[in-house]
Ligand binder design. Sequence first.
Ligand code: NAG
Ligand code: NAG
Ligand code: NAG
Ligand code: NAG
Length: 554
Amino acid sequence: MMICLRVLGSFILLSIAGIPFACEGNLQGDVGENVEWPAVTVPTEGSPWPLPQNMQTGTDVFALSDMTFRFSYAGATSCNILDQAFLRYFDIIFYGHPLRKAEGKPQYGAHMKPSKLGANLLPGLTVAETDCSEMYPSLQSNENYTLTVSSDMASLKAASIWGVLKGLETFSQLVYESDMGGLIVNSTTITDFPRFAHRGFLIDTSRHFVHVKYIFQMIDALAVNKMNVLHWHITDDQSFPYESVMFPMLDAQGAFSPMHVYTQLDIAAVIAYARDRGVRVMPEFDTPGHAASWASIKDFLTPCYSGGKPDGTTGPVNPIVNATYDFLGKFFGEIHDVFPDNYVHVGGDEVSFKCWQSNPDITEFMKQMGFGTDYAKLEQYYMQKLLALLDSLKVQSIVWQEVVDNGVQVSDTTVVQVWLDKWQDEFAKATKAGHRVLLSTPWYLNRVGNPYSKPWHADYKVNPRHFNGTAEQKKLVMGGEACMWGEYVDGTNIIQRTWPRASTIAERLWSASTVTDVNAAAPRLAEQRCRMVRRGLQASPVTGPGFCKFEYDL
Ligand SMILES: *[C@@H]1O[C@H](CO)[C@@H](O)[C@H](O)[C@H]1NC(C)=O
Ligand SMILES: *[C@@H]1O[C@H](CO)[C@@H](O)[C@H](O)[C@H]1NC(C)=O
Ligand SMILES: *[C@@H]1O[C@H](CO)[C@@H](O)[C@H](O)[C@H]1NC(C)=O
Ligand SMILES: *[C@@H]1O[C@H](CO)[C@@H](O)[C@H](O)[C@H]1NC(C)=O
C-alpha cells in the first residue's frame, strides 16, 4: 500500500514496512480521490469562542498569578451561583482542571513571577452589582455583559447573573500562556450579547444510557461554548430511564436494567449543575410515537391487528382511550414539578399510522368522529389534547415538525423544532403560521463521520434566518440545537464525537451573522478545542494536523 502525504504544498517521504518512497497522487482508503491533505492549523492565543459581538484588543498585557489574583464583588451583591463560579473559574484559569490542583502540581506557569514576563500584575476581576434573583435561567434570561481588562483591574458588568457567567467564561478564555510560561491577558474591551436566545444541544439517553458523570461533562462543554439548553431526550422506544415518582413501573419495566435509571437525585443534580453554569435543562418525553418503552402503563399503547385479531404487537399511544389522558395529565404534572424549565418537549415525530389503521376499535372511533380515513386527524386529536394538558399546567410546549406537517392545528405559542430536509421551506411555512422555530436539520452530529467527507465548514455556514419570510417571521427564529442521537453513542464517545463540532454551531447561534469566514475561524476553533482539552474534556481534532500546548492527560 502506498500512502502519500501532502503538507503545505510539498510532498514528504513516508516509510512503509521500512521501504522509503516519495510519491505524488491520491490518499488511500476512506479519504477518497484527490483530497488535499490539510495543513497544520496553529491555534490562536486568547481568542474567545464564540466570537463576541464587539471586541477591541490592545497590545498591553497583564500577568496573572494564583498568589495574588482575586475575584471580587463591587457593591453589595452576593449570590451563591457567583460565589461558586468564582471558585470554579479560578481553578479553570490557573489549573485547567481541579484534578491538577489536587495533584499539587501547579500547571501552566501559574506561579511565574510577573517581573519575569515584563508585565504588570492584574490584581483581579470585579463584578458589578447584578440581579441574582432568578433561581433558574430561562428563555427570557438576559445574557448580555460588558467586560473590560485594563491596567488596574478587570471589570465585568451584567444585568443578570446569567450574563455574569457568560462574561466570566469569556474572561477565562482571554487568558493565555506567554511564550515564557506565565499566564497573561491583553487589554480588552468587550460588549457582548447572543444573537439567538435558545442555543441547545440534544442528548438521547434511551438508545444508550449515558452515565451522569458524562452528562456533567456535556454541561461543562456547553458552558465553554455559551450554549444554554440541554435538551434531554430522556425516553424513546428502546428504554425508559427516568425514575418516575408517581408511576414507578415505568422505569422498573421500561429501563434496560435497574442500573440504567436516572433517579430523582440524579436529575436534581443535573439540573443544579446546569443551573450553576447558566444552562437550562429541557426534558423531552416523546409521544405518541417512539413510546414503546411506556408499555407498563395498561392500555396506553395501541394493540396492532393482523388477520382480524390482535397480533401481540403494539403501536403508538392509543388516542381513543380516555384513561390515556388522565395518565398523561398526572405524568406531565410530575414532570412539571421535577423540571423547573418553562418548556417541555413533547415529541410528536415519526408517528406511524399502520397500527392505528389495523385496529378495528380505532376504525370505529374514526367513523364516530367523522375523521374518515385521515389518520392525521387522529394524531391531531391526540396532540391537541396533550398540548391542552400542558397548557393547563402553564408549561410551554415544543414539538417536532411533523406535528405541523401533518396539519395538526396547534396554538401558535407552540414551538416547532425542524429536523427534516428543506428546512428553509419549513421555516417559511411555520413562521407564517406564527410559530417560533428551532433549527436542527443541518446539525445532526450523530451523522458526522469522517471529517474529510464532511468537514465542519457546512455546519458553520448555515444561517438560520436565511429563508423566505418577512422581518416579523425572522424574529420567530428562537435559535437552534445540535443533536447527538444515541444509537451509537454513550459515555465512552459522546464528548469526542460532539466536540468541538458543536462549537461551530454554538458560534453560529451566538455571534453576529457576519461571522462566517471559515479560514478566520479555524485557528480559533483549534484554540477552543485545546481549551476544552486543558479543562479535561476529550474534544477531538477537527481542523487537521496540529497540537495543543497541553495535550489531554487526565
Ligand atoms: C496581545 O498583546 C501582544 C503583546 O503586545 C500582541 O503581540 C498581540 O498581538 C496582542 N493580541 C491581540 C489579539 O491583539
Ligand atoms: C442585549 O444587548 C442587545 C444589543 O445591545 C440588545 O439588542 C438587547 O435588547 C439586549 N438584551 C437585553 C435583554 O437587554
Ligand atoms: C370518554 O370521554 C368522553 C368525553 O369526555 C365521553 O364522552 C366518553 O363517554 C368517554 N368514554 C368512555 C369509554 O368512558
Ligand atoms: C426564496 O424564494 C425564491 C422564489 O421562489 C426561491 O428561488 C429561493 O430559493 C427561495 N430562497 C430560500 C432560501 O428558500
